[in-house]
Design a protein around this ligand. Structure first.
Ligand code: AMP
Length: 311
């Protein structure tokens, strides 16, 4: 099974209480695909500039991530700089330069057309919609977005939300999207906008999945009680950048590795999401997710069991 992901492939400048990096490989599609690559085949659609070279390419290659859908064009790659000095749970965006993404029109290589799963990672909703449109036969579509797009691109985003099986966003974004301060009421409103399920990420406090009658239509008993997973309590969070995308990569990667999406698979996927998010924050940028051993993932999954199970 393969996941096709479209989203930003970027260079990030990051400052956190643990230090700073002036330029490291980032982007929503990058973090997502590294995390998902531990569970299933991943193919990326995106665009980069001349500053994206063999060193960056190798990071994807080492994880067997298919990058034939990453276009190389003249100009500079997407650039984002953020600070976590005020709040480790939420990035303060200092600068966003879309650069080569400004005139990007996604093309799907023939080899990608039969991908069963589609992830619309954080990027202009117009591009998310274009890719969704070109992949009509996928089994499941999940997506992400952020305040930048919610604020000024609401109409375009509304069209994307209608076609999603699950939307994964953080709690500030969920409240902003619903224009509602209470999370449960915000979730209800977001689900009315189209997604069949909603996963709200709470940074160091874990994540909650909200369901509705449309979440598991094949199930005899419809699950509508929310489901919450914790995050791993860590002694040091070095860099939270990409934690949300890594959560999404672990979540969707696990779903894609399973024969069907049942409520039990969804819940387990939430745990794998939290596992991958917990690794992502241990080092700057993608450093930690570049070199994980599969047994480390299972060991941490076992720790999550101890952390959250009564018996
Ligand atoms: P997160 O998982 O939310 O921490 O995502 C972090 C990644 O999102 C960074 O590596 C950035 O390059 C990328 N990013 C930041 N702003 C945007 C944006 N407006 N559109 C797409 N990607 C972004």
């Amino acid at each position: 099974m393969a996941i096709l992901v479209v989203g930003s492939v970027a260079f990030d400048a990051i400052e956190t209480p643990s230090g700073r990096r002036e330029r490291c490989l980032g982007g929503a599609a990058t973090h997502f695909s590294l995390a998902a690559s531990y569970f299933t085949d991943v193919r990326v659609i995106g665009v980069v500039g001349e500053d994206f070279g063999p060193d960056e390419e190798r990071i994807f290659e080492r994880r067997n991530i298919d990058t034939r859908g990453i276009e190389h064009v003249p100009g500079k790659s997407f650039f984002w700089s953020g600070s976590y000095m005020k709040n480790l749970n939420e990035a303060q965006t200092l600068n966003t330069e879309l650069n080569v993404f400004q005139s990007f029109s996604p093309k799907i290589p023939a080899e990608y057309e039969e991908s069963e799963y589609l992830f619309l990672a954080n990027i202009d909703p117009v591009l998310q919609e274009e890719v969704r449109h070109k992949m009509p036969r996928v089994k499941m579509v999940c997506g992400d977005t952020m305040n930048y797009w919610i604020k000024d691109h609401a109409e375009n985003l509304a069209r994307v939300l209608k076609g999603l099986d699950a939307l994964l966003i953080n709690d500030t974004e969920a409240k902003m999207l619903a224009k509602e301060n209470n999370l449960v009421q915000a979730a209800r409103k977001v689900l009315e906008m189209g997604p069949k399920a909603l996963v709200v990420k709470h940074g160091e406090y874990g994540a909650t999945a909200f369901f509705c009658e449309r979440s598991f239509p094949g199930e005899a008993s419809t699950v509508t009680v929310p489901f919450r997973v914790p995050a791993m309590p860590l002694a040091e969070v070095v860099d939270p950048t990409g934690a949300g995308d890594s959560f999404a990569g672990g979540f969707f990667g696990y779903v894609a590795s399973q024969p069907t999406l049942t409520p039990a698979v969804f819940r387990r996927a939430m745990f794998y999401g939290s596992v991958m998010g917990s690794f992502a924050v241990e080092r700057f940028g993608t450093e930690r997710l570049q070199q994980l051993e599969p047994n480390e993932i299972e060991e941490r999954f076992a720790l999550f069991r101890q952390l959250s199970h009564l018996d």
